[in-house]
Design a protein around this ligand. Structure first.
Ligand code: ZN
Length: 128
């Protein structure tokens, strides 16, 4: 059973970026406020115009948990992380190749792209 994420119209730009192995952040075309996950309207100014900008892909782990309920039953437990990117937006993702058993708070991480089934999923690993 494929675990391809559902691509809502609002998130299309995000997933098209992932397909290019680029982490992109939605940005209000009027006031410049960044937001994630992508939504139709800017929470800061109410504009419905937006575009995407490339993220550096670097950030820090704010919070994490070990999930014993992965998408596919045969998969090992995964480390789910809340990352604050350098651009100031927060992204929920997975930590791949965790450096030890944790804790991972404040760990510098950078994006890495996992080709899963027919989708490219942005994940993070510890920065070298
Ligand atoms: Zn705005």
């Amino acid at each position: 059973m494929p675990s391809r994420p559902v691509r809502s119209r609002d998130e299309l730009g995000f997933w098209e970026g992932a397909d290019r192995h680029q982490l992109v952040i939605q940005r209000c075309a009027d006031c410049g406020a960044r937001r994630h996950p992508p939504v139709p309207m800017c929470g800061a100014c109410g504009s419905v115009s937006s575009d995407y900008e490339a993220s550096s892909g670097r950030g820090r782990v704010l919070s994490w948990m070990l999930s014993h309920h992965p998408n596919r039953p045969e998969d090992p437990p995964t480390v789910v992380i809340l990352v604050e990117l350098e651009e100031g937006v927060r992204v929920v993702s997975n930590l791949v190749d965790p450096p030890g058993p944790g804790p991972y708070e404040d760990l510098p991480v950078e994006v890495d792209f996992a080709d899963q089934d027919d989708a490219v999923i942005p994940m993070f690993r510890a920065s070298p």
